[in-house]
Ligand binder design. Structure first.
Ligand SMILES: Cc1ncc(COP(=O)(O)O)c(C=O)c1O
Length: 398
């Protein structure tokens, strides 16, 4: 792919790679703009990024302090696959939370789930491979796939199927041109849809039968408000599971996550990790192991999200937002804003400028239909969400 190689500038006459020319992650762009406004004195409410407002809970914070005070000499590289004690702790989590026996050897500690996507795509797919991605979906999937010289095959989710990918839709896309992998998130970002266990199993079975690798992004596990939460690992050992300490565990900036992979893939992923990242940050691995002891505090934080969700589901329709998508899990509302605008980018920019409420335009998540939607994160404090609703209501009335 050399077609769009272009010179950086006359002053620096080197060529840019075509694959580096991916779209921006708009939520992060909005976050930068919101931070600049805040620094300039505007009162900003952050509903743009999926980031818990709650601080790191106490046991984990104390583990960080202890590690820095007493174990600083141990904060070097770890084994590429991660500290054995953390891998064992995650295996215990699967037993306790899901009743599943997962061998710690199948668990890989990653630099956030973001690194998990790169490792999965590189382990499973060659350049040029087609990867099925339901839309709307997390924007970085599409952009990482492009940066790796693979091809995103977006499949439009529909209201009729409650914004869940059906086996039929997957196989139809596969019949157009073969797919190498499918990446599904449940709960989904931005729709909040949770796939029920039977639907998830049927999709995984269809993918496996067709030779399509099933990658399950379970980053919003622990944050299901309606319906059942089940890891795909309950149905199959062949899937690749990606998870993270960023969301339920409130550790976004620590850049730490994990994968559960089939035994046959471990050595390949280990070699990729050794060379691409060496290992996940050592301090973050220590803190992640401790954060499991903070479950009571994390459950309280989750209860706050549930209250935020209830408030938004009740108040947003009253101020004119339409067709709010399921919001069964995660901490997002994805809502139709066509009563106000047919250009969600413009709508979000105006709302930020005039009210200080930062939200993300739907075009981040869905190139085709996202101009009609915006995403609001309710991972913030309850006072923030209440104030945001009030400001939005006043603005949209006017
Ligand atoms: C669905 C989904 N997957 C993955 C990520 C990336 O998370 P991290 O790299 O912090 O684990 C996010 C972040 O918002 C997300 O929404």
């Amino acid at each position: 792919m050399t077609a769009s190689r272009s010179l950086l500038s006359p002053q620096l006459p080197v060529a840019l790679s075509a694959r580096g020319q991916i779209d921006a992650f708009l939520a992060m762009d909005v976050m930068r703009e919101a931070a600049a406004r805040e620094a300039a004195g505007q009162s900003v409410l952050h509903l743009e990024v999926g980031q818990p407002a709650a601080p790191l809970p106490e046991t984990a914070r104390k583990a960080a302090e202890r590690a820095l005070a007493k174990e600083a000499d141990k904060l070097g590289y770890t084994e590429a696959l991660g500290r054995p004690s953390l891998r064992a702790r995650i295996a215990r989590h699967y037993k306790e939370r899901h009743g599943l026996d997962i061998a710690p050897e199948r668990i890989v500690i990653t630099t956030g789930s973001s690194a998990g996507f790169i490792l999965s795509f590189l382990a499973l797919c060659d350049a040029g491979a087609r990867i099925a991605l339901p839309a709307p979906g997390y924007p970085a999937y599409r952009n990482i796939v492009r940066a790796l010289d693979m091809v995103p095959a977006e499949i439009a989710l529909k209201a009729e199927s409650r914004w869940v990918l059906s086996p039929e839709a997957l196989l139809e896309e596969h019949s157009v041109k073969p797919l190498s992998a499918l990446l599904v998130a449940s709960p989904n970002n931005p729709t909040g849809t949770v796939m029920q266990p039977e639907a998830q199993k049927a999709l995984a079975r269809a993918a496996e039968d067709a030779g399509i690798a099933y990658i399950s992004d379970e980053i919003y596990h622990g944050l299901v408000h309606e319906g059942a939460e089940e890891s795909i690992l309950a149905a199959t050992d062949k899937a690749v599971v990606i998870n993270s300490f960023s969301k339920y565990f409130c550790m976004t900036g620590w850049r730490i996550g994990w994968m559960v992979i089939p035994p046959e893939l471990v050595r390949t992923v280990e070699r990729l990790q050794q060379n691409l990242f060496i290992c996940a940050p050592a301090l973050s691995q220590i803190v992640a192991e401790a954060v499991f002891e903070d479950t009571p505090a994390l459950e309280e934080i989750k209860a706050g999200y549930a209250r935020n969700r209830a408030r938004l589901l009740e108040s947003l329709p009253k101020i004119g937002f339409r067709d709010i998508l399921p919001a069964d899990g995660a901490f997002y509302i994805y809502a139709d804003v066509t009563p106000f605008s047919n250009d969600s980018r413009d709508f979000a920019a105006t709302v930020l400028q005039e009210t200080g409420v930062a939200i993300t335009p739907g075009v981040d998540f869905d190139l085709e239909r996202g101009h009609r939607y915006v995403r609001l994160s309710f991972a913030g404090a309850e006072t923030t969400i209440a104030e945001a609703v009030s400001r939005l209501g006043d603005h949209l009335k006017g």
